[in-house]
Design a protein around this ligand. Structure first.
Ligand SMILES: [Zn+2]
Length: 379
């Protein structure tokens, strides 16, 4: 066993990190870990943190390894944001933290999971720490790609790139780590296009599987402008449902916990002012998170929708291996039958444009309608 067991399909990144753990000449104080969503950035970052703390370089079983992997190690801080940006106050706190010697471990490790969400001023605050390394402090910054990170930060850290892990490796991980049935794991890994977190969600949650199927099936059902408008509304609705499914329970639990911390009675009709203001602040944070999660869900739905056009294009080439939607062959064949390769490419482009627009803050429903109109099948 080793800390790298769950870092799947990343031989070259693992080799780089392992070398850094054993060879001081290969170590540096700031790392930038990039990789597409679901490639396991945070898993790899935590594994590296554990390997640095482990007296054996990452055995995976000792106390240091286990606590670092679980996120409870006293000298490993993992910063994840649910909001849209990482604020300057947080960055300043981290810089302070970075100046301290490790308390129990060999290193002080600070992992920032969403370095792409560093607010410009926050990035400036961090920069100072990156420019003046502290002897036993290591920063591990994670982001989807180099371009997502402010250039000054990029230039002061060493870049390690993760790739999309092979479908088979993702399926094997779900079987080994999560006890998922092999056939279901293979389906989920394929349908999630190797996104590990999504694959697990698809494997465990039937609702998520049904929603995905509904999204992909839209492709074959748009025959008029009316259908297109309806399909856009469906996509928007499915995304809202999915976002709500993952957030409602958590929002309620957070509120209960906050009330407990404040010693307030949740059933009381009116609350004292200090409780009210904290509740308002929490609700605001939850709303920001819901906005982000809604956008993420639409983006994922569009990735799912994209996959069936891509499959149909693959069918046109005569190949039929490596299809994402192997479980929906009838729909894939139908699309390949009614749309030429050029038309399929046009559809894929329309989906790409919608994703870009939504990322640029265009109202999702509008962007989806424009897209769906371009997805109409020939009569
Ligand atoms: Zn260990």
């Amino acid at each position: 066993m080793s800390v790298w067991d769950d870092v799947i399909g990343q031989e070259s990144a693992v080799a780089t990190f392992s070398r850094a753990v054993t060879d001081p000449g290969a170590m540096t104080h700031a790392w930038l870990l990039t990789g597409p969503p679901g490639s396991g950035r945070s898993v790899a970052a935590k594994a590296f943190a554990a390997a640095l703390q482990c007296p054996d370089g990452g055995c995976g079983t000792c106390h240091e390894c286990r606590t670092a992997l679980e996120g409870t190690h006293a000298d490993v801080d993992v910063i994840a944001t649910e909001g849209l940006t990482l604020k300057v106050d947080l960055a300043r706190e981290l810089v302070q933290l970075a100046s301290l010697r490790p308390s129990v471990g060999l290193w002080r490790v600070i992992v920032i999971e969403d370095a792409d969400r560093l607010h410009e001023r926050a990035a400036d605050a961090l920069l100072k720490a990156l420019e003046e390394p502290v002897a036993r402090t290591v920063w591990i910054l994670c982001a989807p790609s180099l371009e997502d990170v402010i250039i000054t930060i990029r230039s002061r850290s060493r870049h390690v790139r993760l790739r999309t892990p092979p479908v088979e490796a993702v399926a094997a991980l779900l079987v080994r780590r999560d006890g998922i049935d092999p056939a279901l794991a293979a389906f989920a890994a394929r349908a999630a296009q190797s996104h590990v977190g999504l694959a697990l969600r698809l494997a465990r949650d039937e609702g998520a599987r049904i929603r995905r199927r509904d999204v992909v099936a839209l492709a074959g059902n748009i025959r008029s402008v009316g259908d297109a408008v309806g399909a856009a509304a469906d996509l928007d609705g499915i995304a809202k449902e999915e976002a709500a499914a993952s957030s409602t329970e958590r929002d309620v639990a957070e509120k209960v916990r906050l009330m407990e911390t404040l010693g307030a009675d949740p059933s009381a009709r009116t609350q004292p002012a200090h409780v009210r203001s904290q509740v308002v602040a929490l609700e605001k944070e939850q709303k920001t998170r819901a906005t982000r999660s809604g956008r993420d869900v639409i983006d994922r739905s569009l990735t799912d929708l994209f996959s069936i056009y891509r499959d149909a294009l693959v069918v046109h080439t005569g190949a039929s291996i490596g299809l994402v939607n192997q479980d929906m062959m009838e729909q894939v064949q139908h699309l390949a039958h009614v749309l030429s390769p050029e038309q399929l490419l046009g559809c894929m482009e329309a989906i790409g444009t919608a994703r870009e627009r939504i990322n640029a803050n265009v109202q999702p429903l509008l962007a989806l309608e424009a897209m769906a109109i371009s997805l109409q099948l020939p009569r």
